[in-house]
Design a binder for this molecule. Structure first.
Ligand code: FPP
Length: 243
């Protein structure tokens, strides 16, 4: 593959775990378990292909409404994944971040997430961003509240302050310092954004495949990247201006 066509940042909405399981007459949990394996493969493939950032939607602010046993299973899966995978990621010089409203998770899970983030903080080979209890609207709301707090705390308060800039909002998102995704992949053929990275995907190329997330592998990732390589990214300009 042509290296110049490799996106620096890929974001994925990992959808279809439930359908994968249902097709096989298995409980939804089995789909999530296989989904975790797909994620492991995607991280490895990104490393091999030179994709610097991989951001995945693991749990949304709305996912708490799923049946209690499914939520419980997912929490257990996150814990297990941290216990089993983080040391390997660290050895491979990958930095992991858990981004979202982490304070709603159990103390144990929060501590593990913090541990994984601290351990891998200085790693430079690649970045895995796992969005958990994440919502795009929640993130923007949190950013605005951070900015307002800063204003209220400053001398003279809000009255004398200049307008809020895009840069300020960006600098208060959970993804501060991470470049915007070049490519957004959604599996299981849903044509929706589902409250994922609303701010950051303004100019991302979108690729939807009918492959279910547990079946998504390196070959499928390469297909998505090849399709991305054919797109013309114009960022609001005309085709002629880019030449
Ligand atoms: C979407 O499939 C998947 C999820 C909501 C959970 C994603 C979690 C994983 C892939 C597990 C691994 C993650 C980590 C960080 C270890 P769905 O249940 O919405 O599928 P459906 O639409 O077919 O029902």
């Amino acid at each position: 593959m042509n290296a110049k066509n490799i996106p620096q940042h890929i974001a994925i909405i990992m959808d279809g775990n439930g359908r994968w399981a249902k097709k096989r007459g298995l409980p939804r949990a089995a789909g999530h378990k296989r989904g975790a394996e797909s994620l492991r493969e995607a991280v490895r493939a990104c490393n091999e292909l030179g994709v610097k950032h991989l951001t995945v939607y693991a749990f949304s602010t709305e996912n708490w409404q799923r049946p209690e046993d499914e939520v419980g299973f997912l929490m257990g899966l996150f814990l297990e994944a941290i216990n089993n995978e983080v040391n390997k990621l660290h050895k491979n010089n990958v930095r992991i971040r858990f981004l979202g409203r982490l304070q709603q998770f159990s103390k144990e899970l929060q501590e593990k997430m913090r541990w994984a983030m601290d351990l891998t903080e200085k790693n430079t080979a690649g970045n895995l961003n796992v969005m958990v209890n994440y919502g795009g609207r929640a993130e923007i709301t949190d950013a605005v509240n951070e900015i307002v707090k800063g204003i209220e705390g400053s001398e003279g308060g809000g009255g004398r302050r200049k307008e809020i800039t895009e840069e300020e909002i960006e600098n208060n998102l959970y993804t501060k310092g991470i470049p915007d995704p070049d490519l957004l992949i959604r599996t299981a053929n849903e044509m929706r954004i589902s409250n994922f990275l609303l701010w950051q995907i303004a100019y991302s190329e979108i690729y939807v495949t009918d492959v279910l997330w547990p079946d998504f592998n390196k070959q499928e990732l390469i297909k998505a990247i090849e399709e991305y390589g054919k797109r013309e990214r114009r960022f609001g300009k005309t085709s002629e201006q880019l030449k």
